[in-house]
Design a protein around this ligand. Sequence first.
Ligand SMILES: [Zn+2]
Length: 229
Amino acid sequence: MVLLHHPLRARGNPWGTLLWDTSCPRDWETRWAPTGLQEYFPYDQVSDEEYLDSRLGQLGVQPQDIDYLVLSHLHFDHAGNIGMFTGTGAKLVCHEKEKEFAFGFDGAFNGAHLKADYAACDFDTVSGDTEILPGVTLIEAPGHTPGTMAMKVELPETGTMLFTSDAVYMGDSYGPPATPAAIVNDLTAWYGSVEKIRGIAEQSDATVVFGHDAEQLRSMRLAPSGFYA
Ligand SMILES: [Zn+2]
């Protein structure tokens, strides 16, 4: 999850606020039970104050303060708290191909896509690489799922940060050479996306932040006390 305060005003707020992904819900174990995947991806190393609602509260942010809610993809460990933002006026954004896939299969779930997470959502979709706010670009990076996106953020002091989400799970998957980890929907597309991200990172001298790299996370400035400017 990434929370961005953007100098572009939105809805009368002094800052535009963008949330990238929503992480896992508190009731993950029962919610994910139909998929059986709670056994393989247990979210049990989390303390009470680390869930999204707690973290936002520690930052003084209410769900209704979020102007843009961007989903890198709709797996249940990224989309699990979307319900917190229904009716708040937040603009919900995902990739066109992700929406197509997520709403297009029969049944309640397909792998880690759980319709109950997002069925009630009205998404605005993007395709191609899209600058959603000045300096904030959503990057098409399919392979993990049909519509996975990464996000590039240009910061005045830190420089460029590139959040890969699950397009690249960990430093080990990034390589080089790139090594697939966990779920891959389309291997050829996945390799292409990793090299695309690598090219953008090199060109922009970006700090690349992986989707599920606990070791890297420990080395970073984290909310609520830490931030990048
Ligand atoms: Zn995923």
